[in-house]
Design a protein. Sequence first.
Lengths: 133, 448
Amino acid sequence: MAYPTQYRYSKDHEWIEVKGDTGTIGITDYAQSELGDVVFVELPAVGSKLTAGKSFGSVESVKAVSEIYAPASGEVTEANASLITQPESINSDPHQAGWLIKVKLASPGEVNGMMDAAAYEAYIAAKQKEASA
Amino acid sequence: MRYLPKSPAERQEMLGALGMATVDELFTSIPEAYRLKKPLALPPSMSEAEVIEYFQNRAGENSLGYSSFLGAGVYSHLRSVITDTIIQRGEFLTSYTPYQAEISQGTLQAIFEFQTLMCQLTGQEVANASMYDGSTAATEAVLMAERLTGRTRVLVARSVHPEYREVLNTYAKNSGLQVEEIGYTEAGTVDAGQLREKLRDDVCAVLVQSPNFFGAIETLQPVADAAHASGALLVVAVAEAVSLGILKPPAEADIVAMEGQSFGLAPSYGGPYVGVLATREKFVRQMPGRLAGQTTDHDNRRGFVLTLATREQHIRREKATSNICTNQALCALAATVHLCLLGKEGLREMAGHNLAKAQFALTELEKIPGVKRRFSAPFFNEFTLQLPRSAKLVNSALLKEKIIGPYVLGTAYPELTKNAVVCVTETTTRNEIEKLARALRQSLTQPI
């Protein structure tokens, strides 16, 4: 699956798309393929505060529960309600329909230090090479 | 016979791999001053025959022929030998946690049936694959409510088992959870007025027990309504599980925490028992422990697997819903076998005997001058007596007559030193009840 070039990516395998001062956050195709079938997503309430690098929820697959880390700080404005009944859209469409939350960013420039699509692809390629070595 | 698994040669080989010559070198990191430089002060070893003789002699020291009216969280009930026969089968007795479904179908099915039975009895939608005991189940239920609501105050009825409250306080002490107690009324039930006063929007849970520690049956609906109106959850603890054979299931509760000892487990020396935690399906992600679930295999045959285990400590570490990974699978199995043997009618009948005999006991005891019922609420198989003198003294006198007397409330409730909780189950005979009445009457005529 292609990694959208307008997104920014974290080392913890979250993506963020910034439009104005709003960021949309999800987990990457690589993350969902590592997790396996997602059965439940725990998301923060609208209005809760995110701190960059801190956990804001969890994704539960048949194998494990993984924390999701905030790529940037801000306040939650919306959580993807469709994931309650269709958590599997994280597997089928991680970069679009499987988005997790929308955030009013404290400082939109904060994402500039994150990886772009090319850098992230190189990052996971190195990870995969490491795993198969 | 010696049971040392490694030969001297193997020990030397292992030490060699570590670059050491003697076992003592393994302990050089422990400061010299703290090392024991002599053999442990233990008696010499015994042969198998000597060990058997020793234990037979010690068993002979047990007292026999006592009648007991002590309940207070642990209950004597009839148990069939079939229960022990089944749980002692090697497939159950020695099996490990059923992580591998393909080799654990029997254990998983038994757990699944345990969960089903617990749901039917508690009126809840989901029950986990068991907890340690009633006290830890009650505490885990409160912690679960804390996670679900994000609030940090809990209101606990003083009529909840004092040891359950102690366990909760131990957990709460350093965790930021604030525990406040709610008094009881003259009926012996939770003081609803005080409860409403203390209920604010920072309360995560209201914990009550029914039948409570005084034996009184709580009316749960108004307590549930008050808790829910302020956004708190209602946790109901059940210490005497047999009561559910005749009482309405506590379906008003958001979480039920139960002690399952009454279902086929001997009182022993206080354990092992089995805790039950049952709740509504919508809360299942914050429920501690795991579930056995029913599914179909590749060939469409019915099968069972562990599910929800992803939230346990061995996977989630410090983010786990609980630090209890272990459950009481064998005790849960005993409860399952016991309940299956009794059946729905059998359990109801057993509960009916408890109720009838307890009523009879109260009637007999109230004939004694100065002895009366302390609380007015309906009860199941335990009731609190008001005595004309210290319950502790009364019990000492009863003990001389080979009667283990009722539970003395004074230690846990300083205001109730002349009160004691009498427990009567289906195992108590009419003769024993009459003997208690005679002995009690006699003891009260003696000067103190």
